[in-house]
Design a protein around this ligand. Structure first.
Ligand SMILES: Cc1cc2nc3c(=O)[nH]c(=O)nc-3n(C[C@H](O)[C@H](O)[C@H](O)COP(=O)(O)OP(=O)(O)OC[C@H]3O[C@@H](n4cnc5c(N)ncnc54)[C@H](O)[C@@H]3O)c2cc1C
Length: 461
């Protein structure tokens, strides 16, 4: 059996021995069959079961609950949506964009509410989100971001901070200002997903682990096909496999697996925390194109995550991509640069995992009553709170399709497929390298590379 604790600091510290649940050993019939034991599948099951206690729901997971991004992420339970407010407004209009962001604020609170109602001890702490302009070159992104919220009438949720006010919250170098919102929380990701699974079992949902779905058959009697039996569903089959779903041929180009990598320090000493500040546990980030996200953990460590691990030809997902020496060493250097007072701090764990990127960056939740097939996902690394919203939406699409939540722009939609190889590899690799070049040039005080305009417009989301 795999040593699941080695996949992330979170799985290691989830407070469980991670022994897999029983697998599916023969064909069965249920009302709803769900592929994927991450937040998306489990939130969907939770809201369906709470609203319809008589439903028979089964979840099928290839590994164990929380094996995927849900047991590995950065711990941001964030109101940020994968598509920026500006692009949401352009695509769907101001009112739809405002409604969507408003329900994202609510999703953060809803995760906290369920944790307390169901007694899931997931270290939920609502410290907000602080996005920092590090360097003068990031000041325009900071202003544009605030302005986008202001144009939607959401400015009361955001506060512009000057350099000094930002440093009063957390003592980071080269800060020229910050944008603070209280609409975010930090969580222990694995405690959340594992706790949700236990809650579901108490409610009567069956979870099969160590069971890989090898085919999905839609229709009046839709089925999840596994090597050891079929799960036949009277009402619907739901696909919640996120990046890993692309391993099934039928869904290979539906998403692109992009690795996000994390390093975490040993717990800091009280004097180190006194020098750093960060007393309110805000989720932290800057405006780098190559992405950075930081969390102060409940046990007093700094988690620093970033992109940068190369996309692999053919959308390959494999355990050996969970760690990438060059990216982790860059992350270690960034910690030293952001927090010079922590010179010599040791890193206890490095890990990573694939996020599912849709071709247009927009998550989708859809259920087709004719084929009884549903899809939920495509969060591009912003899935902790978004999957809660998506799970509620999926439950509504199945049982109350005319409810107001079903009008949100992520409902009833699909993203275009990704290009075929080798085009996919060429474009994604070019974009990844270009983002790196742009960040490096700007941080060195040099002009942006010649192709920055094209790259930024292609990567706009
Ligand atoms: C390193 C990292 C950092 C991140 N940081 C953040 C963050 O701080 N904040 C945030 O909001 N989001 C973050 N994300 C994204 C967030 O974690 C995900 O969007 C979210 O967890 C997705 O949940 P999910 O249930 O859709 O997918 P997953 O958690 O990936 O679950 C999918 C499950 O489906 C299973 N599966 C797939 N195919 C099959 C099959 N054929 N048969 C059976 N089972 C199958 C997989 O084994 C997996 O367990 C991060 C992601 C990563 C990888």
């Amino acid at each position: 059996m795999k040593d699941y604790a080695r996949y992330s600091f979170w799985l290691e510290t989830a407070g469980e021995n991670l022994t897999p649940r029983a697998s599916l050993t023969r064909s069965e019939e249920v009302d709803i069959a769900i592929l994927g034991g991450g937040y998306s599948g489990l939130w969907t099951a939770y809201y369906l079961q709470r609203a319809n206690p008589g439903l028979r729901i089964a979840v099928v997971e290839k590994e164990i609950v929380g094996f995927g991004a849900s047991g590995r992420n950065g711990g941001w339970c964030s109101s940020r949506f994968p598509v920026t407010p500006t692009v949401l407004r352009e695509r769907f209009g101001a009112e739809a964009a405002r409604n969507l962001l408003q329900v994202m604020f609510d999703a953060v609170d809803e995760v906290g509410r369920v944790c307390s109602q169901e007694e899931i001890a997931a270290d939920y702490r609502k410290g907000g989100i602080l996005t920092l302009a590090r360097g003068t070159h990031q000041e325009s992104s900071l202003r544009a971001s605030y302005e986008a919220y202001r144009r939607l009438g959401l400015e009361s949720h955001f506060q512009l901070l000057n350099a000094e006010q930002s440093r009063e919250r957390v003592n980071i170098t080269n800060v020229h200002g910050g944008l603070y919102t209280p609409e975010g929380a930090s969580i222990h990701p694995a405690k959340l997903v594992r706790g949700l699974a236990r809650t579901l079992e108490k409610l009567g949902v069956v979870i099969y682990e160590q069971t890989e779905v090898i085919d999905v058959l839609p229709g009046q009697a839709p089925r999840l096909v596994t090597g050891s039996g079929e799960l036949r569903a009277r009402q619907g089959v739901l696909l919640a496999g996120e990046a890993y779903l692309t391993r099934l041929r039928k869904f290979h180009r539906a998403l692109l697996p992009m690795y996000s990598l994390i390093s975490i320090t040993e717990p800091l000493t009280p004097s180190q925390w006194a020098a750093v500040g960060w007393q309110n546990y805000e989720s932290l980030a800057s405006y780098r194109l190559t992405v950075d996200y930081l969390t102060r953990t409940a046990d007093g460590r700094i988690l620093f995550g970033s992109r940068g691990a190369p996309y692999r030809f053919g959308s390959l997902i494999s355990d050996d991509q969970d760690r990438h020496a060059l990216t982790h060493s860059r992350v270690h250097a960034l910690v030293a640069e952001w927090f010079p007072m922590l010179k010599g701090v040791q890193f206890s764990h490095n890990w990573g995992g694939p996020v599912g990127v849709p071709r247009d960056w927009m998550p989708s939740v859809r259920f087709d009553p004719a084929t009884r097939l549903g899809f939920i996902g495509g969060y591009t690394g912003q899935g902790v709170a978004t999957s809660n919203l998506a799970g509620r939406l999926m439950a509504a699409l199945i049982t109350h399709p005319s409810s107001p939540i079903a009008q949100l722009p992520l409902a009833h939609r699909s993203s275009p497929n990704w290009e075929i190889e080798p085009l996919r590899w060429l474009v994604v690799t070019y974009m990844q390298k270009a983002f790196q070049r742009i960040d490096e040039a700007q941080e060195a005080g040099k002009p942006k590379p010649w192709d920055a305009g094209i790259v930024e417009s292609l990567g706009r989301h």
